[in-house]
Design a protein around this ligand. Structure first.
Ligand SMILES: [Zn+2]
Length: 457
């Protein structure tokens, strides 16, 4: 039997991106066995109520980040009171569906952000309702906290109405896109002073694009399928090209990656780890600009694919992406239109969700993703593997916190990192030494990820 756990991490939005991206800026809060989540009346939603109340307690003597705050001693010895609000929830779409008790992608109202975007309904007679396959960002009428709370409160009122027929009640749930779930997160009245659910939603671009079921897995596969129709293009030819592209990572892809992962079924995606998926997409982007475009082949397909590459290029800039938000939003919109036109069968609601991410970035002034925090998962797995029996999750979270505190107290972890390969870039390393970017006697260490850090020799 495979044991599953839910992990909760948190951070301060003021922590700079270079520290967040190392994972150290995310703090482990809890490891919760899936069996415990399943036992809760509304699963993750009920559990999240408990989690949020730990941070923002509503009792008289309870800790509350927003009101009581935390006492911190500054470097000059003075005590300061640090207060914080609950600003953003960043997670995969599926986790939002469970946390907010919505009907999800299979329902009539699949988008968490939009109040008026529907799926599988005839919207031709409506000025307000829009279809998810055609709705542009300008068509979206976004939820506010009031519309979300009204939806769940209306359902509570209908549930209490003795005259309400069961089928009528189901229709109300369907039309609003929420389940009636008393005690769940959105129905918790004390937490309404703390959590603005509409403002807090921040969908994760990594899950929407690169992770399993992400748009890039479908787009990459569909594009390869289209390229295979061209004379002289085979999976071997594409693999040879992909293998010849040098990335600034020491981890190399298998030389027959496309032969391994390509899925010949129409409208299917390939299965590839998110970061490897990125490398394949970038390499195929190079194939487009170096081979297909000069030959004038698959003009629109190439254009659509390069828009995907542009989006990924921007998302991978950490907070540098904030300077390119207009380009990101425009590329997302053009990519949406072309993708729907060229690969209609491969449409997924995630294609629509991508519209909302630049808006979240603009609002929060941060480019967030779950990649960094998920680095902890491997530690959770290793602790959970060795800790058996009852409360194994306690051992996992203790081990995780201990490791985190040790890492936080290590000054090495605050040193800058350069994206160069030390041993293979002696000229650059010497230049960095001359410019005193690294100490003269520092040795340059090549890390697994292909970045290197300087350590005092
Ligand atoms: Zn939407």
């Amino acid at each position: 039997m495979v044991e599953q756990d839910q992990c909760v991490y948190w951070t301060f939005l003021g922590i700079p991106d270079w520290f967040l991206s190392r994972g150290l800026g995310w703090f482990p809060f809890a490891v919760i066995p899936q069996s415990v989540v399943d036992e809760a009346p509304h699963g993750l939603s009920s559990v999240s109520v408990v989690v949020f109340l730990k941070f923002f307690g509503t009792g008289v003597h309870q800790f509350n980040f927003q009101t009581t705050g935390v006492k911190l001693r500054s470097t000059n010895g003075q005590l300061q009171n640090l207060k914080a609000i609950l600003d953003t929830i960043m997670q995969d779409y599926e986790a939002f569906v469970k946390m907010f008790c919505t009907k999800g992608a299979s329902g009539v109202v699949p988008c968490l952000v939009c109040d008026n975007v529907t799926k599988g309904r005839d919207v031709s007679g409506s000025a307000v309702l829009k279809d998810i396959r055609t709705a542009a960002l300008a068509d979206c009428k976004c939820h506010t906290k009031e519309t979300m709370w009204k939806a769940v409160d209306d359902l509570a009122a209908f549930a209490a109405d003795p005259d309400m027929k069961k089928y009528q009640f189901k229709d109300h749930e369907k039309a609003r896109g929420f389940y009636h779930a008393p005690g769940s997160l959105l129905t918790n009245k004390p937490l309404r002073d703390v959590l603005d659910p509409a403002d807090a939603i921040y969908l994760d671009w990594f899950h929407c694009l690169l992770a399993s079921g992400g748009i890039a897995t479908f787009h990459g596969n569909a594009f390869v399928r289209k390229m295979l129709e061209l004379p002289g293009i085979t999976l071997e030819v594409l693999d040879n090209f992909v293998a010849s592209v040098q990335h600034c990572r020491t981890v190399q892809l298998p030389t027959d990656i496309l032969q391994r992962v390509y899925n010949s079924q129409p409208d299917s995606g390939w299965k590839l780890q998110g970061s490897d998926n990125y490398l394949v997409i970038v390499a195929l982007g190079a194939f487009v600009t170096m081979v297909l475009q000069p030959a004038g082949q698959l003009v629109e397909h190439c254009q659509c694919f390069l828009l995907l590459v542009t989006m990924l290029d921007i998302y991978y800039m950490a907070d540098g992406a904030l300077r390119f938000l207009d380009l990101l939003a425009a590329s997302t919109a053009q990519h949406f239109t072309l993708f729907v036109k060229l690969y209609p069968g491969a449409f997924k609601p995630k294609l629509h969700f991508l519209h909302h991410i630049p808006r979240s970035m603009r609002k929060k002034r941060r480019n967030l993703n779950t990649l960094s925090a998920e680095k902890y998962h491997k530690w959770v797995r290793s602790y959970a593997k060795w800790a058996k029996g009852r409360h194994r999750e306690r051992h996992a979270v203790h081990g995780l916190l201990l490791r985190h505190m040790t890492e936080l107290s290590n000054p090495q972890n605050y040193m800058p990192i350069w994206v160069v390969k030390g041993s293979r870039a002696p000229v650059l390393t010497n230049l960095m030494r001359t410019l005193q970017l690294i100490p003269v006697d520092a040795e340059v260490e090549v890390k697994e990820t292909g970045v290197c850090s300087a350590r005092d020799a």
